[in-house]
Design a protein around this ligand. Structure first.
Ligand SMILES: Cc1cc2nc3c(=O)[nH]c(=O)nc-3n(C[C@H](O)[C@H](O)[C@H](O)COP(=O)(O)OP(=O)(O)OC[C@H]3O[C@@H](n4cnc5c(N)ncnc54)[C@H](O)[C@@H]3O)c2cc1C
Length: 597
């Protein structure tokens, strides 16, 4: 069985969950007859029983959960593969919500499971969990799968494989077919009584070694030069960053992951404290948790400099301070601070290569940050211009002490390179019909866009795209002004005169789109003393009437983007204006798309 939850983003529900329970009838039969179960194979087909008719056949149950469809597709593949290649009998198959025995429901799954009696799991049940995760949500990466795993552990249900929870990362491969293949082959091998093929090496895709997994993640990243206006006390404000990309097929309104690399200065500092030579020092990633590699392959070896720059976060606390036993006690605030505190001890001759390895492999891995593309890939259109090639623009909110937005960017200069990876955004696909299908007769559906702050980034991407489409189709813009925009942004007020002014970025941009006649309605809500929020404008009679016309009569699409509180506020207000039932129907028709930052 397995689960996915894309962590920190509140709009993401617990995602794919595939469950597989293996009932071992051989052991059950032996137990019933008081015979030792210890040395028997698992698979039914290897049984040499005199009367098979009295024996319950072993069953493999496959469950999945997820909203994106990946989990169900993989579950289907697994079922077919098991049927075709093993002696297993497929038992229950379906969405985890329908798993009667545990009464699991996708959104309240985990608490209610903990309340169930252990007796609900028959003796001899085995499980294996395949988690679909996204490394950008590291703090809760594969969180739901881990919770399910814990529950089984508590209930003393035995894992089928050595790695009871197989974590795949959709940011490395989507769908993660390579890991999936290794998983299903391991399962078959165990079910058919051949035992598990053990591979803990650097090439094992089922590895739980975070550094080897990070190495696989980095293989999918590219390098691109950035340009931006130099930062000038912009904390709290928005920085427009342009990245030179090599890809041609970057999805409008898509996402980009950025690795907040450690600065050369900080890498150098750690190299000095640990007394590591700059050029020829290497680290073997396979030594994680004291493991000794059993071959001399080079596949787990990287230069220490690359490791300190791209693999680990020197600004986060160590994952463990076990290596520091015997050293004076120190607060684990960040790798840099801890190492600086121990710099004298670590320079001494008693510091072995082994200890250095332990220190390095106790550092936390570096979590990529996710941003929305604010430009369009169509004809290279961007926020301020039409034309230009292979450039992606993003709007970065500079958070106080933000690892990427503050620490990393302040160490970069325009022209420096960053490590990035483009990622599609399946949520918005219905808003992006191909522009070239029928450019002459291009008749866009009405779209209502509602965004605040950097939540306006994907909206800008959409507007750039729509503008290019209309220009390409030679349409009459006035007839085709099929966009309603509600935009909210920060701006200084009498109460808060020092707030960075986002109006300077957004107003000229929207004015430019407006000059093409792109909007049928445009509403701004900058910060204001009366604390009127974007959604409060829905209440005025004119706007209410317009929303009813567009959404109910004209079947407009709605795209909402911003923080969790804003998105909830907008949905609540839409419910009040349209009526809860009507909004529910819009939602069921898939016309309400919400992206939460
Ligand atoms: C799908 C998606 C698209 C996104 N697009 C954008 C975008 O276009 N522009 C943009 O600026 N951000 C965007 N974000 C949010 C961005 O990924 C996070 O804010 C990210 O953590 C910033 O990284 P950082 O290293 O600067 O800050 P971190 O070091 O990760 O965080 C610094 C501090 O800020 C807090 N924090 C982090 N994120 C948020 C948040 N969303 N709201 C409030 N507090 C927060 C943290 O808890 C921490 O205390 C997006 C998020 C998602 C899920």
């Amino acid at each position: 069985m397995f689960v996915r939850h894309r962590g920190g983003a509140p709009n993401y529900q617990p995602k794919p969950l595939i469950a597989k329970h293996h009932f071992d009838p051989v052991k059950a039969w032996k137990r019933r007859h008081g015979i030792s179960t210890k040395e028997l194979p698992i698979a039914m087909k290897n049984l040499e029983l005199e009367d098979q008719s009295t024996v319950q056949h072993p069953k493999v149950h496959v469950y999945f959960a997820g909203t994106g469809g990946t989990a169900s597709k993989l579950a289907e593949r697994l079922k077919k593969f098991l049927k075709a290649n093993s002696g297993a009998v497929i038992g229950e198959y379906g969405c985890l919500n329908s798993f009667d025995a545990t009464k699991i429901h996708m959104n309240d799954t985990f608490l209610s499971i903990k309340k169930l009696d252990t007796g609900e799991f028959p003796e001899g049940v085995k499980y294996s969990i395949f988690g679909l995760g996204d490394d950008a949500y590291r703090s809760t990466f594969n969180g739901a799968a881990e919770i399910i795993d814990e529950i089984y552990h508590e209930k003393l249900v035995a894992p089928l494989l050595n790695h009871k929870l197989i974590e795949s990362d959709v940011s490395v491969e989507n769908p993660p077919l390579k890991v999936f293949r290794q998983w299903k082959e391991s399962i078959i091998s165990v079910i058919d009584g051949k035992g598990e093929v053990v591979n803990n090496g650097a090439d094992s895709l089922l590895s739980v070694n975070p550094y080897l997994r990070h190495r696989d993640l980095l293989k999918t990243f590219s390098e691109g030069a950035i340009t931006f206006e130099p930062m000038d006390d912009i904390v709290g404000g928005i920085l427009k960053l342009t990245i030179e990309i090599t890809e041609n097929d970057c999805q409008d309104m898509g996402h980009i992951r950025i690795l907040p690399r450690n600065s050369t200065e900080n890498v150098q500092k750690v190299m000095e404290i640990l007394n590591l030579p700059t050029l020829d020092a290497v680290i073997d990633l396979r030594r994680y948790e004291g493991q000794i590699p059993n071959d001399d392959k080079w596949m787990g070896i990287v230069s220490t400099q690359a490791f300190l720059s791209d693999y680990v976060d020197l600004c986060e606390p160590f994952t463990t301070l076990k290596w520091a036993g015997g050293f004076p006690e120190v607060e684990n605030i960040s790798v840099l601070q801890v190492l600086s505190a121990f710099s004298e001890q670590l320079h001494g001759p008693s510091v072995s290569a082994e200890l250095r390895h332990r220190i390095l492999l106790s550092m936390p891995t570096l979590r990529p940050r996710i941003y929305s593309l604010a430009s369009s890939n169509l004809e290279g259109t961007s926020i301020n211009r039409i034309g230009g090639n292979n450039q992606a623009e993003i709007l970065v909110r500079v958070l106080p002490e933000g690892r990427f937005s503050s620490t990393c960017i302040s160490s970069l200069r325009p022209g420096d390179k960053i490590s990035y990876k483009l990622a599609p955004n399946t949520l918005v696909l219905p808003l992006l019909p191909s522009p070239y299908l029928d450019p002459v007769g291009f008749k866009p559906t009405h779209v209502i866009l509602i965004g605040t702050g950097t939540g306006l980034a994907p909206i800008l991407s959409f507007l750039s795209r729509r503008l290019t489409q209309l220009i390409a189709s030679g349409s009459n813009f006035d007839e085709n002004s099929s966009i309603t925009l509600f935009a909210g942004f920060r701006s200084p007020t009498i109460d808060k005169p020092d707030v960075p002014d986002d109006r300077k970025l957004f107003e000229p941009t929207f004015r430019r789109f407006s000059s093409y006649g792109l909007f049928s309605e445009l509403y701004y809500t900058p910060s204001n003393e009366a604390k009127i929020r974007v959604q409060d404008t829905f209440e005025t009679d004119d706007v209410k009437h317009m929303l009813l016309l567009r959404i109910i009569k004209q079947k407009a699409w709605i795209f909402v983007c911003g923080g969790a509180e804003m998105v909830k506020g907008v949905k609540d207000k839409l419910g009040e204006v349209l009526g809860e039932k009507a909004l529910e129907q819009v939602s069921e028709e898939g016309r309400l798309l919400c992206e939460v930052f």
